[in-house]
Every structure is written in C-alpha cells, then in structure tokens.
Design a binder for this molecule. Structure first.
Ligand code: ADP
Length: 188
C-alpha cells in the first residue's frame, strides 16, 4: 500500500528490512546498542561488525549508561544496501499501551526522523518498533507509528521522498494497512 502526502510517499510493504534500498533503515535496538534478537540481530548479522564497532564508540562517548527509550543515534550501514542505520529504542509493554508508552514510542519514530533529516537523508525504512520482544499491542503501536510519521511529514513538507514501513509478516502488514486506512479516512 502506498499513499502520497505532499511530496512524500508513505509506503507499507511486507519484507525483510535488511534488504531495503532506502538511504537509511531504522533498527529497533535495546539500550545496550550491543545487538540482540529480532530485527536488531538481523541488522547486525547482515550489516557486519563495523556497525557494532560504531555502537561501542557511541556507548563510550555519548551514552555510557545506554541509549534511553525514545532516543535515536546513527551509524553507517556497513555491508547493507542502506548507507545508514538509525538505532532507536522503543518502550517495553505488557500488551495494551499506557499513555506513557505511546509517548515513548512516538518519540522513537520522531527522533529517528529528525536525526535522518539532520543527516540529509531523504528515504528511510522503519520496522514495527516494540511489537516483537517488547510486546506492545500491534494495533495501538501501528496507530502511534503511522500518526507520528504523518504528523512529521506534514510539519516537514517535501523533505522525505519516501518513508517506508517494512513489515516482517503478512499479519503485521495487515494491521498497519488497516490503521493507515482508518487514519486517512478520519482526516479526509
Ligand atoms: P522490539 O524489541 O522493538 O519489539 P523485535 O525485533 O523483537 O523488536 O520486533 C519488532 C518487529 O520487527 C516485529 O514485528 C518483528 O516481526 C519484526 N522483524 C523481525 N525481523 C525483521 C526483519 N528482518 N525485517 C523487518 N522486520 C523484522
């Protein structure tokens, strides 16, 4: 599914984000920035050891206590097609999301987009942050993700050429598709 909002294409695809050909991809990292399971593990394994080296530098310099939830940092993309990886940390939930968790998830998307803009990045792919090991309700998380991205596009018209959600399974793709249709119908 694809919609045009001003000069930006917002797209939803099923796939593996490590194969994405956007300039940047976003990693659903954990505060340690030292890799993990899920999409984090896939990005480090396909991207190679240089990403971890850069993450270690970030820990030694900017964030000795780890990356706080909702914040974002950037490294190169190593062996990936993407030139950059933006690492962000979503909230840990217990199913349905509290307002605080929604705010933190929104911060993760917004801070990733802001960092991309600072680095002159025009195309970016996101995974569905916090809906795997971090257990946030998929429907609620998808609404927060999409609304935050749409708000950012409206506030920064024509900055991004493409913002893509690369969704790993058909199930999560359909959740995002339904949420996007709901959001667009409401704002028409
Ligand atoms: P979190 O800890 O933020 O919940 P996970 O990696 O556990 O992160 O899961 C987040 C989402 O990423 C889940 O929907 C999961 O299915 C998905 N995912 C896992 N591997 C990939 C991949 N290679 N590309 C895109 N999405 C992925």
């Amino acid at each position: 599914m694809e919609v045009k909002i001003g000069g930006t294409t917002l797209s939803l695809v099923i796939g593996d984000i490590t194969q994405a050909d956007t300039e940047a991809i976003v990693n659903a990292a954990n505060p340690s920035l030292m890799g993990g399971g899920g999409v984090d593990g896939a990005i480090h394994s396909k991207g190679g050891p240089s990403i971890l080296q850069e993450c270690k530098k970030i820990r030694e310099t900017l964030y000795p206590d780890g990356l706080p939830t909702g914040e974002a940092v950037i490294t190169s993309g190593g062996n990936l097609k993407a030139k950059y990886v933006i690492h962000t940390v979503g909230p840990i939930c217990d199913g349905f999301m509290t307002e605080k968790e929604k705010q933190l998830l929104s911060n993760a998307y917004r801070n990733s987009l802001t960092l991309a803009k600072i680095h002159n990045i025009k195309s970016i792919s996101f995974p569905s942050i916090s809906t795997g090991a971090y257990r946030c309700d998929k429907k609620e998380a998808s609404k927060v993700a999409l609304q935050t991205v749409i708000d950012f596009i409206k506030e920064n018209p024509n900055w991004f050429k493409e913002i893509r959600f690369v969704l790993f399974t058909e199930d999560i793709y359909h959740v995002y598709k339904q949420s996007l249709e709901e959001i667009l119908n409401v704002s028409d």
